[in-house]
Design a protein around this ligand. Structure first.
Ligand code: CP
Length: 315
């Protein structure tokens, strides 16, 4: 891997290798031991859209690997004075960082950046295209909780049409052997949902009884020109995960949400904070996945060597 731009590009082997690295880092991180693979390295966090989890967990990941995070927020930078993405990236690259993590509202912008900078680029979310590290951390969390993804049924419920999380998840979950179904009102599904390579339904009740995993997604109002549902209240009544719908689930079924949650809209508080929820495990695994991706892209040989010494299966 030279960059991480989209989950669609990742092979099953590459996904497994990232998981093995993340799992090998886990015990050290839980014991507060250092893994100084990025000592002396600087990583740019170039965020043109708001973020709580992704930006913070990349920053924590960089620090836990001994590196320095150079944080950039568009709202407090010269982007607010009209500087372009390319000029910004080239100026930051002149400061000699070792990788650039980028979130941008335009689909394809991380790929575009690779044409102008020479360091590895990691996609932290581009428009409604992809969010590959989110897909990886979600799949790792499901494997951790259910043992395997092979043969598991994952139902993704919410605004599929505008969700980069759904796209990255679909690619990764299918490669790891899960069967995926999506559910939303027709206006929040892509025009031809079957082109995603998944099953789909308009009503959650059709899919929930067979689910091993339910992933609830937020309505991405920031990516819609106009509201595509009659009202939030109606959406919540017909598509929200609530106690009545949770009663349809199998006993071991787990609930994920990438955050931020709009409580009472796509997911009720009793479920978000209840025993089926693995939402905070997703956040914890986000640090490990981002550490693994950074280490493998920035210092691949040193990472392979570290894994050999510390029990990772694959370099
Ligand atoms: N899941 C996710 O991308 O959250 P943030 O927008 O807070 O980074």
């Amino acid at each position: 891997m030279r960059h991480l731009l989209e989950a669609a590009h990742l092979s099953r082997e590459e996904i497994r290798s990232i998981f093995d690295t993340a799992r090998a880092f886990g015990p050290k991180i839980r014991n507060d031991e250092s893994i100084p693979l990025l000592q002396g390295k600087a990583i740019v966090n170039l965020f043109y859209e708001n973020s709580t989890r992704t930006r913070s967990s990349f920053e924590v990941a960089i620090r836990k690997l001994g590196g320095v995070a150079m944080n950039f927020a568009a709202s407090t930078s010269s982007a607010a004075k009209g500087e372009t993405l390319i000029d910004t990236a080239r100026n930051l690259e002149a400061m000699r960082p070792h990788a650039i993590v980028v979130r941008h509202a335009s689909a394809g912008s991380p790929y575009f950046l690779t044409k102008y900078v020479s360091v590895p680029v990691i996609n932290a979310g581009d428009g409604f295209h992809e969010h590959p590290t989110q897909g990886l951390l979600d799949a790792l969390t499901i494997e951790e909780k259910l043992g395997t993804l092979e043969g598991k049924r994952v139902v993704i419920l919410g605004d599929i049409a505008h969700s980069r999380v759904a796209r990255s998840n679909i690619h990764i979950l299918k490669k790891l052997g899960a069967s995926v179904a999506v559910c939303a009102p027709p206006t929040l599904l892509p025009p031809k949902p079957e082109t995603l390579g998944v099953d789909y339904a308009y009503r959650p009740e059709e899919l929930l009884p067979d689910a091993d995993v339910v992933m609830a997604l937020r309505i991405q109002l920031e990516r819609q020109n106009r509201m595509q549902i009659p009202s939030i209240r109606e959406y919540s009544a017909f598509w929200g995960m609530n106690q009545a719908r949770a009663a349809l689930l199998k006993p071991g079924c787990i609930i994920l949400h990438p955050g931020p949650i709009n409580r009472g809209v796509e997911l009720d508080t009793e479920l978000a904070d209840g025993p089926r929820s693995v939402i905070l495990d997703q956040v914890a695994n986000g640090v490990l996945i981002r550490m693994a991706v950074l280490a493998k892209l920035v210092v691949p040989e040193a990472t392979a060597e570290w894994l050999k010494k510390n029990g990772g299966n694959r370099a």
